[in-house]
Design a protein around this ligand. Structure first.
Ligand code: ARG
Length: 572
């Protein structure tokens, strides 16, 4: 149940207004407060306090209101009836979502033969969570790992392998895939990791090598059998590595691993569409589409369909991918999650997609991220000063958890350490506004106290243990004679779960979910400290009541944790 909406709709209907409810900092006088009287007084030229006094009986009359009172310049404070909250708490995590959307979500989107780095962290974590939230709300999503599997890096890597293994058969003009034994040509993940950086560096110094790599790329794209066989060899290694990361990050599997290569197969269709509409112009040997609008205040260079060497561009493949998705999934929306540097790219692509009547630009959304910085505020590096790979980062966080638990004299098994590290890493990412930069400090994010993943898990483990020890809980427990403040506050927070999920989705802001989860944990822990449950001196009806609350709280917390893609360990 969305308590906030329920109460606010009822009040607005009663008063014939449309104002927002507030949740007062000091809950003593009210669970909610409304400035309706102040807003209405302005229009009617009345004194807000006296109008509030006039409206008070109407609000007090609502069947869920225990008490209404005037505060300050004309706020009306509203206290809810205990039994109303009590019964509502049972279904706190049941959600109503009247309209279902079909969304294609493009996130992760890793690159073949290039190692995954810190820049892929946010797109993976945020993408996975938004996908989980969308599905929980009943939307139909198709997730795409739009891999970078077809550009110049492929040619560079093949050229590099050629110089390492000139004797391999892939480079012979009469190469025949039937005649070789694939098993004789092994490339390990660790080797592959070094190929692209080495080749790319060499390409910068050695124009001949670069030219050769370009030629290979073009030949590969035209179906050269040897290059294709070699490509398939390291593609498999790359896909394996990606799977490892997806698994390690506890992400849902992608529905489709289809990227630039797949899109490039559909360039013909898109090119025809562009030509039919006379949108392509020749400019310095390149074929471009003008996307500038008179209203643009920022530079808006043309969209490049073919560059001056006639090669397919990143823009072109993204346009073709939109065509592909429209044709195959016909989604209402496509979301793209990448870092902020790709903003211009997507603006251009979206404009051309609109010109081709594929999608209006408002249905194509680019959700972009700020940068993850190290404790000094500079881009995050590993201890040896290198750009951090995704696996290095995960390992660093796991080490930080091990150090911390060893310092505290705890012994945790490896699975638990991994779950805690994952929570630390993901939660800090999710709790920051996606567009802003944030500082990543492995030691800080693994703390068991404060706004951290481990704190969230710890709260869940502890509450879960109480519930396990208590055994079965009756779904309809009578309300005890009185409800304490901590019990009420916790229940009201639980009843904010649904609104949180809707807001997270509507604003594409996982930080709303993460920070809600933290607030919920704080209230759970206050409740845990102040309201003993299983202690011998607790009267039976009070215990049953508290278990009922604990149960509802756990349901909301466990769901939130699941939506963030974290795992609750058995013990901590
Ligand atoms: N592979 C790209 C990168 O690693 C991200 C691709 C994003 N998706 C897209 N449709 N362009 O930066």
């Amino acid at each position: 149940m969305n308590l906030y909406k329920y109460v606010s709709d009822a009040i607005n209907e009663k008063l014939g207004t449309a104002v927002n409810l507030e949740t007062p900092r000091n809950r003593e006088f009210g669970d909610f407060s409304t400035n309706a009287a102040m807003v209405m007084a302005k229009g009617a030229g009345k004194n807000p306090r006296s109008l509030a006094a006039e409206l008070l009986p109407q609000i007090a009359d609502l069947d869920f209101v225990a008490d209404a009172s005037i505060a300050g310049p004309g706020f009306i404070n509203i206290k809810l009836k205990d039994d109303f909250i009590w019964h509502a708490a049972k279904d706190a995590t049941k959600i109503t979502q009247p309209t279902q959307l079909a969304i294609d979500m493009d996130y992760g989107s890793y690159n073949v033969a290039k190692s995954l780095h810190i820049g892929h962290l946010r797109t993976s974590i945020v993408g996975d969570t938004l996908n989980r939230v969308a599905r929980f709300l009943g939307h139909r999503t198709v997730s795409y790992n739009h891999i970078g599997d077809w550009g110049r890096p492929m040619g560079l890597v093949i050229a590099h392998i050629e110089s390492l293994h000139p004797d391999w058969p892939f480079f012979e003009p009469d190469f025949d895939a039937e005649k070789i034994n694939q098993a004789d040509y092994q490339i390990t993940a660790a080797e592959l990791d070094t190929y692209y950086p080495t080749a790319s560096a060499r390409g910068k110094e050695d124009p001949e090598f670069l030219d050769h790599a370009r030629k290979i790329t073009a030949d590969l794209q035209n179906g050269h059998p040897g290059y294709t066989a070699l490509y398939n060899l390291f593609l498999a290694v790359s896909l394996d590595m990606m799977d490892g990361i997806i698994n390690k990050l506890n992400m849902m599997p992608f529905d489709k691993t289809l990227g630039e290569r797949n899109a490039s197969m559909h360039l013909d269709v898109v090119e025809k569409m562009l030509r039919d509409r006379n949108l392509l112009t020749l400019s310095d040997g390149a074929e471009i589409v003008t996307v500038r609008r008179d209203t643009d205040s920022e530079p808006m260079p043309p969209f490049m369909f073919y560059n001056s060497r006639g090669a397919d561009t990143y823009e072109a493949t993204d346009l073709a991918a939109i065509w592909y998705r429209k044709t195959n999934d016909n989604p209402d929306k496509i979301w793209y999650l990448t870092d902020a540097r790709q903003q211009l790219h997507f603006k251009q692509v979206f404009r051309v997609a609109e010109m081709l009547d594929l999608f209006p630009t408002e249905n194509l959304e680019h959700l972009y991220f700020g940068t993850i910085n190290g404790p000094g505020g500079q881009p995050f590096k590993t201890r040896d000063g290198n750009a951090a790979g995704l696996l290095d980062i995960i390992e660093m966080v796991e080490d930080a958890v091990r150090t911390r638990t060893a310092d505290a004299g705890k012994e945790l098994d490896d699975d638990t350490v991994k779950s805690i590290a994952l929570a630390a890493l993901k939660f800090t990412d999710l709790m920051h506004d996606v567009k802003s930069d944030y500082i990543f400090d492995p030691a800080a994010v693994t703390s068991f106290e404060g706004r951290t993943g481990p704190y969230i898990l710890y709260t869940a483990v502890r509450l879960g243990n109480v519930l396990r020890r208590a055994g079965d809980i009756a779904p309809t427990t009578p309300m005890p004679a009185t409800l304490g403040t901590d019990e009420r506050n916790l229940m009201i927070e639980i009843l904010d779960f649904e609104r949180t999920i809707h807001n997270t989705f509507e604003t594409r802001s996982p930080d709303i979910l993460a920070n809600y989860t933290y607030d919920l944990c704080q209230l759970i822990n206050t409740f845990y400290h102040n309201c003993p449950i299983l202690r011998d001196d607790v009267p039976a009806d009070v215990r049953a009541g508290r278990l009922y609350i604990a149960h509802a709280a756990y349901a909301a917390l466990a769901r939130a944790i699941d939506l963030m893609g974290l795992r609750i360990p058995k013990e901590m």
